[in-house]
Ligand binder design. Structure first.
Ligand SMILES: [Zn+2]
Length: 352
């Protein structure tokens, strides 16, 4: 880009103004450098030896392949940050695939006044015995890699894992969860605007647009009695890398991390989990801030393709997504038992 001269560079910056005036290149901020104090009990790694025993829930053999095919389809749309053609096409794709699974997707589109960017969240609910909800979520936007001041931050980026993998797995899980006897109602949520508009995360004030919006609306509707509560969140962010390595994300609610670890053990996939422990700012943060127990399945600490042009389908595998799918399905009964009140003929019953 630099070799083509400043005129072209200016043109590119102008043409990609929607890409938000980002400046500096650093890794997404995590808390790895912030010492966790011993008093911060939640941040302490889970005691793996004391893990509860869960029964593995089998996933269909095709789950990983189906999810992988979805990832391939959405990455073929190219870059998918808000306002791009790929972003619109992906929203339509998610909508269509959810309808094929018999669900009714709901879009929430708004324009952030300060940023002057239009975002769209999309979600669908699968009914369960209880109206209380468990959210399974991902982000559908990809990191904007255009218009940044530092030339090294401008490149073609399709976000196969960072963006694509969560979308692919949630879409593949939709028909499976439709068949399941759900105790909780299951919300499948696709957040927009997770990625920081600035290249660096900073204080996160220019990121997490979709999840902050979703939680605020949920709180407002709860107060008005217009919708049942979300009792827990399982967030999927980068779950399909060939060399899958899901962190122990230490902002996540400890009891939810314990369920995640127990599910990884039950399914025999523990070698892909908790090799590293660190906190990450992600779409679970707004949920945590209002007291909703949440866990983030994120492959960040040792991921060489994160926010790189190499985050492509070639570095993804259906087998990895299959494993995460099995772990998520194995977690669900425990999350329901811990957090959801189920109505019975004689009244209410809870695993709590
Ligand atoms: Zn990202």
């Amino acid at each position: 880009m630099a070799s083509k001269g400043p005129a072209l560079l200016l043109l590119v910056i102008a043409a990609t103004a929607a890409c938000f005036g980002a400046t500096l290149a650093t890794r997404r901020q995590t808390d790895a450098s912030i010492p966790q104090t011993p008093t911060d009990d939640n941040a302490l790694p889970v005691d793996r030896k004391a893990a509860r025993k869960l029964t593995a829930v089998p996933a269909p053999d095709w789950l990983g392949e189906r999810a992988f095919a979805h990832v391939k389809a959405v990455t073929a749309f190219g870059m998918r940050h808000p306002g791009t053609p790929g972003w619109s096409r992906q929203l339509d794709y998610i909508d269509t695939e959810l309808r094929k699974a018999g669900l009714t997707p709901v879009r929430d589109t708004w324009t952030d006044r300060k940023e002057r960017i239009t975002f769209t969240n999309l979600h669908a609910t699968i009914p369960g015995s209880s109206k209380e909800r468990i959210a399974l979520a991902c982000h559908h936007d990809t990191k904007c890699t255009q218009g940044h001041q530092d030339p090294e931050n401008n490149f073609h980026f399709v976000g196969a894992n960072d963006g694509g993998s969560g979308v692919g797995l949630l879409l593949a899980l939709a028909p499976v969860l439709q068949q399941r006897q759900n105790k909780a109602s299951i919300d499948l949520i696709f957040f927009d605007g997770e990625e920081s508009l600035d290249w660096r995360w900073g204080d996160g004030s220019r990121a997490l647009f979709g999840s902050r919006r979703f939680v605020k609306r949920h709180r407002d509707k709860l107060l008005l009695g217009e919708e049942p509560p979300i009792r827990a969140l399982v967030l999927l962010d980068m779950v399909g890398r060939t060399d899958l390595a899901i962190d122990e994300e230490t902002k996540s609610t400890r009891s939810m991390r314990e369920i995640l670890w127990a599910a990884a053990v039950a399914t025999g996939h523990q070698q892909h989990f908790f090799g590293t422990a660190q906190g990450a700012s992600d779409d679970h943060v707004p949920f945590l801030e209002v007291g909703i127990p949440s866990v983030d399945l994120i492959d960040l600490a040792s991921n060489p393709h994160w926010h790189k042009s190499t985050d492509t389908i070639e570095n993804m595998s259906a087998a990895s997504i299959q494993k995460v799918g099995e772990v998520v399905l194995t977690m669900l009964p425990a999350v329901e038992a811990d957090h959801v009140v189920v109505p019975t003929a004689g009244g209410l019953e809870s695993g709590r």
